[in-house]
Design a protein around this ligand. Sequence first.
Ligand code: APR
Length: 248
Amino acid sequence: MIERAAEALSTSRRILVFTGAGISTESGIPDFRGPQGLWKRFDPSDYTYNRYLTDREFREQSWKRHFESPYLSAVPNDAHRAVTLLWESGRSIGCVTQNIDGLHAAAGLPNRALVEVHGNAHTAHCISCGAEPTLSDIEQRWRSGDTDPRCGSCGGILKTKIVYFGEDLPTEAIARAWRMTEDADAVLVVGSSLCVYPAAFIPLDVVDRGHPLVIVNQGATDHDFRAAALIDGPAATVLPLLIDRLLA
Ligand code: APR
């Protein structure tokens, strides 16, 4: 598997890496559709932007879940570090991630090489005036009993910058991602079921342009049939092996 994947990427010098929740499970963050996935325990249709805006109890539950979630305390694993190593080698144009955990940045990938198309759990904003209080400020207020913290400037609803279902994707991030697909000469998908759109259109655009797709994933994805090579294994183990082989 590793040899075939390295061969498929051997002539590529502008690899776009596309990651999903599977790259972070070995950092203690559950994925959504894997065997222990969140959507096996919660109904995703509950997590809508409209419900967040209109249902105070849901907002209070969201803040509680957020400050008690593994996102904020997780640390990068060897797969995140392998993505950074590939970028530092000059063979990758960067990473588009669906993840909101901030672990690619924590693994040393600079902002210019990272696009977070579903937002980031470490930042928040006022949905009315756009003010951006720090998450630690909001957390301090939440831990003091303010269960539905409001904007200090205009009294508006505060929300983390995690994209909820029904919420627009960050336009600047999406535009950057499409520019990367135009520049890429291969795409390496790590830890994604490739079943959520428009995000999944991003790696598929590189394939549509005639470039190779390599998938590192435990279990099948929706687009395995389009891959030049598949590595079915835990990303924190197999991705460093692939990158080492590629850069050897
Ligand atoms: N190594 C490799 N693959 C893994 C690992 C691992 N350690 N752990 C899990 N996986 C695989 C799972 O088997 C699954 O196929 O990663 C894939 C993760 O798929 P999803 O859970 O669907 O996550 P993702 O593709 O990121 O979901 C996309 O859906 O709910 C929305 O906004 C959410 O960004 C998310 C989007």
